[in-house]
Design a protein around this ligand. Structure first.
Ligand code: SF4
Length: 374
């Protein structure tokens, strides 16, 4: 049996039966025009600065440096002088965090003039250096005006797919992003259970998010963007067990939402700075469960768990399991097509939770041994 072992191709093909965007406006490839989007009829407002992940800045030639792995997606973050109005315990951008405002996870995000970034990413896309743009949005009053303007500017410059990960709050904001040209919308669950959610980013954390609202917004996003064009983020290591993580993944997949897996990364200055990252073995098993569930090869009800909620069997014929593991695909960064987030959760020296590129034979052997159970 052969199935799509290129994770990014397979998941995108299965998930992204993309409906046409409700707008159809010309795409301009002229650097001069992109440098002056205010010459266009819209947007009438443009944020002057934007944050760019260091790896992205190097790939786009905005900064100098050496990279162990190059991002294939341009990672941007909306800029504001203060922090996010929410208060997620793991996030350096949280209202109550004492971390540098330049951090998200363990990555540094310096600011650049937005127009320079748009021009550079257009050039990078035409040269084949990057294949997607992802904009992470903080919560603040003008965030949707910022997102609308930046996405329109990007779409004028290049026909690059754009993902936005944000807290849309309501359907009107979701529709605004679709009209601006966003291709995929991400609404982060982050937590795998309601209890963990409340503790880490909901009411017990001084946050305004609710578990039910996140699912309502994921459904609203699908109604606007179409099934298969909505993503979420699930962080492993916030206090859930493997069974709960697999159940959350299954719930998302059953809705048509693509879950991207992250490993909890303690960052100095955040409320959870003293917590440990997840054991690699647990993360590997959840990675495999995610891969199998997302590709329709197993369901959470077919996975075997022990009393601690650890995965002890994947409910799969051994030849299929062998093929999946030997492909190395379950261990790669998951999420939107071409999103590889190099070293977002890990130091270059390891341990590597999410491999940003195809694994070599040695890496596959290591990842397999870290599963502990075959
Ligand atoms: S999976 Fe990657 S590209 Fe998609 S929203 Fe998440 S970080 Fe962005």
């Amino acid at each position: 049996m052969k199935f799509g072992l290129n994770q990014h191709q397979k998941e995108t093909a299965d998930f992204a039966a993309r409906k046409p965007l409700p707008i159809n406006r010309p795409i301009y490839h002229s650097l001069a025009r992109s440098l002056n989007p205010l010459n266009q009829k819209e947007p009438s407002y443009f944020p002057s600065l934007i944050r760019v992940s260091t790896g992205t800045a190097i790939v786009l030639g905005l900064a100098e440096g050496k990279l162990d792995a190059k991002p294939t997606t341009v990672y941007l973050m909306t800029y504001r002088s203060g922090k996010c109005t929410a208060n997620c315990g793991f996030c350096p951008q949280a209202r109550g965090s004492k971390s540098s405002a330049e951090l998200l996870s363990r990555v540094t995000w310096p600011t650049f003039p937005t127009l320079n970034v748009i021009a550079a990413l257009g050039e990078g896309f035409r040269q084949g250096k990057i294949r997607r743009v992802c904009i992470q949005a903080l919560n603040y009053s003008d965030v949707f005006a910022d997102l609308e303007a930046v996405v329109k500017g990007i779409k004028r410059e290049a026909a690059v797919p754009v993902s936005v990960s944000c807290q849309p709050l309501n359907r009107a904001n979701i529709e605004l992003l679709a009209r601006a040209g966003v291709d995929r919308l991400g609404v982060a669950l982050d937590a795998a259970t309601e209890t963990v959610f409340n503790r880490v980013k909901g009411k017990d954390a001084g946050g305004f998010y609710t578990w039910d609202d996140q699912f309502r917004l994921l459904n609203e996003a699908q109604a606007v963007f179409g099934k298969g064009n909505v993503s979420t983020h699930v962080i492993v290591g916030l206090g859930e067990n493997e069974k709960e993580a697999a159940a959350a993944i299954q719930r998302c997949v059953d809705m048509g939402v693509l879950p991207a897996l992250f490993a909890f990364t303690p960052v100095r200055g955040t409320r959870l700075e003293k917590n440990a990252p997840p054991p690699l073995e647990a993360y590997r098993r959840v990675q495999v469960a995610r891969y199998l569930i997302t590709n329709g090869l197993t369901r959470v009800n077919d996975i075997a768990f022990n009393e601690e909620g650890e995965i002890v069997g994947f409910g799969l014929k051994s030849d299929v399991f062998e093929e999946v593991i030997n492909s190395g695909e379950p261990f790669r960064t998951s999420g939107c097509r071409d999103c590889n987030r190099p070293f977002y959760n890990e130091k270059p020296g390891g341990p590597i939770y999410n491999y940003p590129q195809e694994l070599n034979r040695q890496e596959i052997r290591e990842a397999r041994s870290q599963l502990k159970r075959d």
